[in-house]
Each structure stands twice: as structure tokens, then as C-alpha cells.
Design a protein around this ligand. Structure first.
Ligand code: FE2
Length: 375
């Protein structure tokens, strides 16, 4: 009896415990100017920097933070090398979704033994503030998961980076933490990607939407939400589906020239003031749904704490599930290629992802796609 019990315990043990998202690193054409955009428009502050001044010869990286959200913006300084190759092919985009772990070496070992492709063998980085251990594996496309272990580190970010304090540090817009990061995969690649997260990372599929649930007159897609065991890290995955015209996922795959991160959802406790501040600072959001959306909102979602008027004014969408409701809005792409964008989300109980808004959202996206000549 005792043995059986122990075996069951072992089977359900999380072989890849995650504490959350450590940071998201974007490769960009001009990190200095991107950093200015995310600071001024989104309300991030500078926390660390690495570049020629700190002894790096080939790149510069700016580390920004707001709440628990850490963005790293990296640009190459020369025409050759993997960072420039990445930018040449994909444009500005997410290279690394870094996960905060207690044991980077073990995370690497456990995922490699389950079939992960290595990006970086485990290494220990040290400076006067302690040590950080990292290792990395590839996920979809050229996107990477880095495991970051920082329990013995008190510096600003990592060895090799200098802390940035003072200077231009604009006011926060109220962004708190990363709620989820969504990946787009190619035709018929969904099941493979889902199985990869299950087998290699120990994630499970907590929600699925098929092309009958997510479609407009013109296009369709499928989506599956993968979550790690404790629910701290959620990666929804999208795959295009056949429609009359080209879907937004196909547009992404065409312009990113491959699979990659579609959007980063960031949470706030007050979406109305966050979105108002971001708009005032020049962030562009998708156009609001037609008036009828707000006229029938309360019938659809039930009672909500917010007034309808500011939601309608700002184009904020509302959806609900058995546990509560959520408010959300999507930015336009944050670079010229129609690829990466951000979602701002405020959860009021709901643990879902706004499936009830997919139709309104996609119709808004299709209006943009049409303007780009990509529908
Ligand atoms: Fe989302």
C-alpha cells in the first residue's frame, strides 16, 4: 500500500516547477529607441544596461521593468551574427520567454531528457552581487525558453549588466505582471506544439477553441491554452484555420517568416486608467467594436463594477466565465510588420481568455488587415 502511494506521488510531482516569468527578451533593430518607446508609451523604467560601455563588443541590451514585468531589448552592433540574422528574418520580435526556476541545471536536464532541443547548456554567471544560473531550450520557431535561477543574486538583473537608476524614469501606467504569452504556429502544427509542452515541459491543455468557435465571415483560427502545473505560466497557442480569406495568424506567419510570439498579455488592476494613460502617451489600440457591442454588454456578461461609458470610449472589451468576468483590449502591432502586439487585461474572477470577444476582436483586426492589403 505504502509503495503504491509513493509511486502515485512521484508520478504527479512537477518535474519542472516554475515560479513565473522572469523576463521577455526582444531582438530589435534599435534597442535605444525601442527602450524609449516602452518607457514613454507603456510606462516602463530602466533598471539595467549592458553594451560597449560594460565590455560587450557585439550588442547592447536595455532592461526595463514595470511591476513584475521585465523586458530586455537587445540589438546587434555589427551586421553579422545570430541576433542580426534573427532580426533580418523576423523583424523586431520576441526571442526569449525566460522562466524563473529554483534549479536551472535540473530544469535543463529534465526537459532535454524529454526531447527538448538545446539552445544553451547550463552556465553559472557571477559578479560581486552573487551568481545566476541559466540554461535554455528551443520551443516553436526560433523562440527560446531560458531557465533563470536567481536565488543567490542581489544585483539589478544579471552579471554583465550595470544598474540604471535615476535619469528619465516616466510614471507607471499601472501594468503589474505578465498574464500570458501567446504563440502562433504553422498549419497543422498545433497538436505537435501542444504535445511538446505536455511531454517536455509537463504543461497541460486547460482550454481549447476550434475554428467553429473562433471565426468571422472571412477567417478562422484554432487556439489551445497550455498551463504549467501551478498555473503561474500560461502559453496559449494559435494555429490558422481555413476561411474565405487570409486569417490574422496567416498574416503573422507570413510577415514574421515563421512561428513566434503573437502577443504578450499584461495585467492591471484598473484597466480604464491604464488604457487612458497609455492612449495619452501614444499607444495605438485596435478600433472599438460597433456600438451594439456596448448596448448589449450587460445582457451578455451580467452586472459589472465599471461604468459602460468609459469602456465604450476606450474600446475595452468584456467577457465572462463561471468564475467572474474580465476586461481586455489589444494594441495594434508595436512594429511595422503586423506581428507582435500587447494585450492589457484586468481579471475580475474570470480565468479564461476572452473567447466571447474573439469575434469582435477579429473583425477589428480584419479592418486593419484590409488596410494593409493582407486580407
Ligand atoms: Fe490573450
Amino acid at each position: 500500500m505504502q509503495t503504491q502511494f509513493v509511486e502515485k506521488e512521484t508520478l504527479t510531482q512537477d518535474f519542472l516547477p516554475l515560479n513565473g516569468t522572469d523576463h521577455v527578451e526582444l531582438y530589435v533593430g534599435n534597442a535605444k529607441q525601442s527602450a524609449h518607446f516602452y518607457k514613454t508609451a507603456f510606462g516602463f523604467n530602466s533598471v539595467a544596461y549592458a553594451g560597449p560601455e560594460t565590455g560587450l563588443r557585439d550588442r547592447a541590451s536595455y532592461v526595463l521593468q514595470q511591476g513584475k514585468i521585465r523586458l530586455v531589448l537587445t540589438t546587434p552592433l555589427k551586421s553579422e551574427g545570430p541576433i542580426m540574422e534573427h532580426i533580418k528574418k523576423h523583424g523586431d520580435g520576441v526571442k526569449i520567454l525566460a522562466l524563473w526556476v529554483d534549479d536551472a541545471y535540473k530544469s535543463y536536464e529534465e526537459t532535454i531528457k524529454r526531447g527538448a532541443k538545446s539552445y544553451q547548456v547550463p552556465q553559472t554567471l557571477t559578479d560581486e552581487f552573487g551568481e545566476i544560473r541559466t540554461a535554455g531550450i528551443y520551443t516553436y520557431g526560433e523562440t527560446v525558453h531560458l531557465f533563470i535561477e536567481r536565488k543567490n543574486y542581489t544585483g539589478a538583473f544579471m552579471p554583465g549588466y550595470v544598474a540604471i537608476e535615476g535619469g528619465y524614469q516616466p510614471e507607471s501606467t499601472g501594468l503589474l505582471y505578465i498574464d500570458h504569452c501567446v504563440g502562433n504556429v504553422g498549419w497543422n502544427r498545433m497538436n505537435e506544439a501542444v504535445k511538446w509542452y505536455e511531454d517536455v515541459m509537463g504543461f497541460r491543455n486547460i482550454l481549447s477553441f476550434d475554428d467553429k468557435q473562433i471565426n468571422t465571415e472571412y477567417s478562422a483560427l484554432m487556439s489551445k491554452v497550455m498551463s504549467n502545473k501551478n498555473g503561474y505560466v500560461k502559453f496559449p497557442i494559435n494555429e490558422p484555420a481555413e476561411g474565405k480569406k487570409k486569417s490574422q495568424i496567416e498574416e503573422y506567419l507570413e510577415f514574421y517568416e515563421g512561428e513566434g510570439v503573437q502577443h504578450i498579455a499584461v495585467a492591471t488592476h484598473d484597466i480604464i486608467s491604464t488604457v487612458r494613460a497609455m492612449k495619452a502617451r501614444g499607444v495605438e489600440f485596435l478600433s472599438p467594436p460597433p456600438l451594439a457591442y456596448y448596448e448589449t454588454l450587460l445582457e451578455r456578461v451580467g452586472k459589472i463594477d465599471e461604468d459602460i461609458a468609459p469602456l465604450q470610449e476606450l474600446g475595452i472589451l468584456v467577457d465572462y466565465d463561471e468564475e467572474g468576468y474580465l476586461l481586455q483590449i489589444f494594441t495594434k502591432p508595436v512594429q511595422d510588420r503586423p506581428t507582435l502586439f500587447f494585450e492589457i487585461i484586468q481579471r475580475k474572477g474570470a480565468q479564461s481568455f476572452g473567447a466571447g470577444n474573439f469575434k469582435a476582436l477579429f473583425e477589428s483586426l480584419e479592418r486593419e488587415q484590409e488596410l494593409r492589403g493582407n486580407l
